[in-house]
Design a protein around this ligand. Sequence first.
Ligand SMILES: [Zn+2]
Length: 217
Amino acid sequence: MEMVANREQAVQALQKIGRTLYERGLVNGAEGNISLRAVDGTVYISARGSRLGELRPEDVAHITTAGQAVEPGPEPTSEYLLHTLVYESCPELRVVLHTHSAYATAVAVNRENVPPLIDEMTILLGGGIDVAPYAPPGTPELARGAAQGLRERKGVLLANHGAVVGGTDPADALKLAELVEQACRVFLLAKGGGTVHAIPAQAIHRQREIYQRKRGR
Ligand SMILES: [Zn+2]
């Protein structure tokens, strides 16, 4: 994508992401929060209590990765630490999406790591989807769990809470949010029906190489 350089571009990109998440059933009401990192390193992020399906320009906060306001505006989401810590830990990631989508949250409640079950998982996410330990919403512990998870893979589950994905651009991040939900859905369905077989190790190794290349490392 072209890098976001000003507020107008950031608002447009976040509105499009929010609408898409809503249309695909990944967020409801005031659930979830989204952000992107601009070319100058600052972060545009959905405001506390905003509805992602109908994000207004005044629902976008502008902060540094230290959490300071860059310009007057609304308060960022109470989960802003989760976003800023990911950006500080992963220089290649530019978009962070946090959802409470149903299947991802269900697996997060089971607290079972999802092994690579479908080929896209390793190529796009970097492998399986792990569950970060439980921490209350808005806490530094929750943010650390998310950032640690995203250093290794591009998606992670937060125990009893939801999912976080980090993309190199909006399209990448949206695809990852859908893939995490789909993988969790398949995982639960497969588990209900019998044995869960992961993809063979050799195939995962090849897919992992593609992942590293696509992620830009
Ligand atoms: Zn949340």
